[in-house]
Design a binder for this molecule. Structure first.
Ligand SMILES: [Zn+2]
Length: 214
């Protein structure tokens, strides 16, 4: 029953935003996610007694925001643009290098080693500059989704969810390397828990202030 009513609530909010979603409950994850096609995956562990229905709604609203603001499409477009750039940089570096080495009379093996070395140097330098930008973009999308969730169900349930979430993360970290890597990646692509809580607390203060004003 809890699941059915939660699903209905999600569909109602999505419909209000003009979005079509398909809710699926999953056993093999601990965070919710939404795909470009509107498939929303909600982990069953969120129905543990420690979480309230308001906290689940906050998580659901956060995911709806990712869909509403087309975050995944924006990230995809950004990645495509950077890959194209990388391709140009590589061709501009490697092609003249190959021609130069041939003209200078280097033998094949040495030329290959030099070119592979240059390839690595370009890729490493590129990712050092580009990856932080990508993580920054992802984090800004998370904050935008938090804001939407706070406007939908208020900031308090998100704050209390974050405060409880450490337990969940620790539980999944113990499941092995795959989860340790997933948790690492999520840490890179999401703002820190303390930053998110701080921003939400600020929203809560503003909300209370506005209520007393009215
Ligand atoms: Zn998110």
């Amino acid at each position: 029953m809890k699941k059915t009513s939660f699903k209905e609530w999600l569909e109602k909010i999505a419909e209000k935003e003009g979005l079509k979603i398909k809710v699926r409950f999953t056993k093999d994850d601990y965070t919710a996610r939404v795909r470009k096609d509107g498939t929303m995956e909600i982990p069953e562990c969120l129905f543990d007694k420690i979480f309230t229905s308001e906290e689940r709604k906050a998580i659901g609203a956060h995911e709806i925001a990712h869909l509403k603001y087309r975050h995944y499409e924006r990230e995809e477009k950004w990645r495509d643009k950077k890959f194209l750039l990388l391709f140009f940089v590589l061709s501009l570096t490697l092609l003249p290098l190959a021609i130069g080495l041939t003209l200078l009379g280097f033998d094949g093996t040495l030329s290959t080693v030099v070119i592979i070395g240059a390839l690595f140097a370009v890729v490493i330098q590129f990712s050092r500059q580009v990856l932080p930008q990508y993580f920054h973009l992802k984090r800004s999308h998370e904050l935008e989704a938090d804001k939407y969730a706070a406007e939908t169900v208020g900031p308090a349930p998100q704050i209390s969810y974050f405060e409880k979430s450490d337990r969940l993360v620790e539980e999944w970290r113990k499941k092995g390397l795959r989860w340790r890597l997933t948790i690492w990646y999520r840490k890179k692509t999401h703002p820190s828990k303390s930053e998110r809580i701080e921003r939400l607390k600020l929203r809560e203060t503003i909300k209370k202030f506005k209520e007393t004003e009215a």
